[in-house]
Every structure is written in C-alpha cells, then in structure tokens.
Write a protein that binds this ligand. Structure first.
Ligand code: PMP
Length: 430
C-alpha cells in the first residue's frame, strides 16, 4: 500500500496543527509512531484514504460509529438538522425526546443533562458528587480513562491509601492529592483506600466494563462490592459509560450487569458520530445542578440540535431487532478466527471479547487489570497493527484500545479480517 498523500498531508499538518493531529493517539504514539492515515471517506464498515486505499474499519472513531459510517438514517437526521439551522441557544423538543429515550433505556438516569464530550460529562459528575456529599476526594481505578479534565489525569500513588501524582504537566499537585487510584478488580485495595479516606470520599469513579486498557470485564461481584462499600461510607458511585452505553445492548453496562450507579456519564455512541456528552442520575443528586441547585454547568453548544437529532437516529437504528445479537455473533466468529490463527502459528495471543468489542493482547496469558495489559507486548502489537493496516484492516493504534464491530460489518468482512490475521501471524510479529 502506498501512503504518499497521507505522508504529504501529515508533513503539512505539522506546520499548522500542533503535532499534526488534534488528539495524540492519532499520531500512532502507541505503535511507535509513523504516518497516520488521512481518511477521505467512510461508508458502512469501510474507509477510503487520500491515497485511494480501502480499509475495513474496526476503529469506529474510538467507539461512536456503531452503525458504520454515513448510515442513511443518521445522515438524513443530520441533513434535516442542518436545514433547520444548526444552533439556537434555546431549548428544543428534540432534547426532550432524546432525554426520554435515554432515561427509558437506563432507569438509573432519573434526570439527564447534555454536554459536548465525554470529558465534560465525567468532569461534571465529579462536581455534582462533590456538591452533593460536601466531600472532596475521588477514588478511581488504574488504567480507566475518563477524559482530559484535571482530576482524572492523575496516576496511581504508591499504594491504595496514598493519593496520586499528576499524570500530565499542568495538573497541580493539589489536585492530584484529591485522587486515589487503585487496581481494577482488586476489591481489597479498594476497601483499603476507602477505609483510609472514609469521610473524605465524594465518589468512586469507574468504567463498569473497561474499554481503556482493552475490553476488561469486572469479576463477578466486584461492582456490587464497590457499590455496597462506597454507599456504606457515604460516597457516591459514578459509572463512566462513555464507551459502554449502547455498545453491548440497548442500554448501558449497568443494565447488562444489573448494577446501578448514582451518577452516569455518557458520550460517543449517543451522538451518532457528532460531538456529545451527557450525564445523569438520581433526581435528588442531579438537583444539585444549576438552575435548580448550586453546582454550575452550562454550555453554548449543550444540547446541540444536530448532535441530538443524530443521537436519536442512532438509537433508533440500535433499537431494531437483532442488531446486538448480530454484532455478538460476528464478534464470536472474529474471536474464534484470531484464536485459531494464533494457535496455528504459535503466536502467544489472548483475546478479551464482549459482544462486538474485543482486544488482542500478545505475550500475556490473561488480562484482568491495567498491569496485565501493560505487561502485554507493545512491540508485537505495533508490528501486528502495521501489518494489518497494510492488508487493509484499520485497527485502533494502541494495544490498550478495542476493536469495535458495527452494524455495518458483514460475515464476509469478518472472514477477510481473519484471513489477514492468519497471513500476519504466518509472517510473524518480530
Ligand atoms: N470516558 C471514557 C471511558 C472514554 O473512553 C473517553 C474517551 N475515549 C472519555 C471518557 C472522554 O470522552 P471524550 O473524548 O468525548 O472527551
């Protein structure tokens, strides 16, 4: 495959856009660098780049594009929204409709608010939890990603009872002192942290099914224990469902697992590919938010008419019969194909899959927390990623990300992908 036009564009981008990209992972940092592919067009499960190469897409824009690119129902909704004027700064009926769809799908959302990104959604849930409890500290789990607001860019301290260190320049030590990070799926570490900061913990923040060190499910009972212990300590529980909501079923991971948080952050899929975030939860907690309460959150773009209408259209597609069953069926075929190819060519790979989302890790037997994912081979993943790209398969450029199936992928796409995996494994990952 030839990427000369992408190379040219990347060089030009670097002269005007910091680092040539508007989000760091697009610069292929996770796979040792290289020229990112500049896409020109997407349709269904496929992408075409500026050099005319075609790819099967499993990046799905890091999650939102669950119906495939340019789904006609969503495209129509966006066109209609554009024709009606894109922004009003007033309420619209569509917001009511969409909020109604979300609250119906996820009963823990007694009230919601729309914002513009997952980052904003999570950031605000933390503010609301602090307002409600009058406490400051947050406990989160290592490797879970919650956007780029200050509080969640804090790395683990040296033990469960120590506060964290800034994970980014520009995040102050004072802020890091408000955050405790413990390993996912480690209830003892969580309990120790909570015991230590009993009266200070405003909220526990967790991806109920992790999407940010690959797809990692909670061990049986883990989330239930987190809920019980947190509530006993007077802390709220926030689920970051920015990746997971409407990914595995029509509803959230909380529906799938039968565990309810106090507050939930949403994003990605619910915008049908347009910018969106939302947060919500128990009515008495949400009543902390302005104009009813003292916690402030606002936005010129909040409830953006085009995003809302795209989101409604996306959920309408996802509500159709059999949509999730098919993504699960194809996901299973893909998982089996990868596992069989790995066995055939003695590639040390393990696949974590839930329905239509999966992650392939190399040189590790099992991944249940961030440390395991970190211990998996970065080098082998980088080789795998680059060889798959050459064969027309577009994966997320990091061993910590997931492959996402969409409603547009066909069994033939999956067969072609497995064929590519076989070829790459036959060549080896050294
Ligand atoms: N939470 C989770 C779980 C995410 O995966 C992400 C983005 N990958 C965010 C929050 C932040 O969302 P956004 O990029 O829309 O700000």
């Amino acid at each position: 495959m030839n990427f000369s036009n992408s190379e040219k564009l990347y060089e030009e981008a670097g002269k005007v856009i910091l680092g040539g990209v508007n989000s760091p992972s697009r610069a292929y940092k996770g796979v040792g660098g290289g020229t990112p592919v500049f896409m020109k067009k997407g349709k269904g499960a496929y992408f075409w780049d500026v050099d005319g190469n075609q790819f099967i897409d499993y990046l799905a824009a890091y999650g939102p594009i669950i119906t495939g690119h340019a789904h006609p129902h969503i495209t129509k909704a966006i066109q209609e929204a554009a024709a009606d004027g894109v922004l009003y700064g007033t309420p619209t009926e569509h917001e009511n409709v969409f909020a109604g769809m979300l609250t119906e799908a996820m009963p823990a959302l007694e009230r919601v608010r729309f914002v513009n990104s997952g980052t904003e959604a999570v950031m605000t849930t933390i503010r609301v939890a602090r307002a409600y409890t009058g406490r400051n500290k947050i406990i989160k789990f290592a490797g879970c990603y919650h956007g780029h607001s200050d509080l969640v860019l804090v790395a683990a301290g040296s033990g469960p009872s120590t506060t964290g260190n800034p994970d980014s320049a520009g995040v102050t030590k004072n802020i890091a002192e408000e955050v405790i990070t413990v390993p996912f799926n480690d209830i003892d570490a969580f309990k120790e942290a909570l015991d230590h900061f009993q009266d200070e913990t405003a909220a526990v923040l967790v991806e109920p099914i992790v999407g940010n060190f690959g797809i990692v499910e909670p061990e049986p009972g883990f989330l239930e224990s987190v809920n019980d212990l947190a509530h006993a300590a007077g802390s709220l529980v926030i689920y970051d469902e920015v990746i997971t909501a409407f990914r595995f079923m029509y509803g959230g991971a909380q529906n799938l697992l039968g565990v309810e948080p106090d507050l939930t952050a949403l994003g990605k899929i619910i915008g049908g590919g347009l910018p969106i975030g939302a947060y919500g939860g128990r009515k008495d907690i949400m009543e902390q938010v302005s104009p009813l309460g003292p916690a402030y959150q606002a936005g010129t773009m909040a409830g953006n008419p085009a995003s809302i209408r795209a989101g409604i259209a996306c959920l309408e597609v996802l509500k159709e019969d059999g949509v999730y069953e098919e993504m699960d069926r194809l996901g299973r075929i893909l998982e089996n194909g990868i596992v069989e190819a790995a066995e055939k060519y003695s590639i040390p790979a393990v696949v974590n899959r839930l329905h239509g989302a999966l992650t392939v890790y190399f040189d590790i037997e099992k991944v249940t927390n961030f440390q395991d994912a970190e211990n998996s081979s970065t080098g082998k993943f980088a080789v795998f990623f680059k060889k798959m790209l050459q064969k027309g398969i577009n994966l997320a450029p990091s061993k910590f990300e997931a492959w996402f199936l969409t409603t547009a992928h066909t069994e033939e796409d999956i067969r072609q992908t497995i064929q590519a995996v076989e070829e790459v494994f036959a060549e080896g990952l050294e």
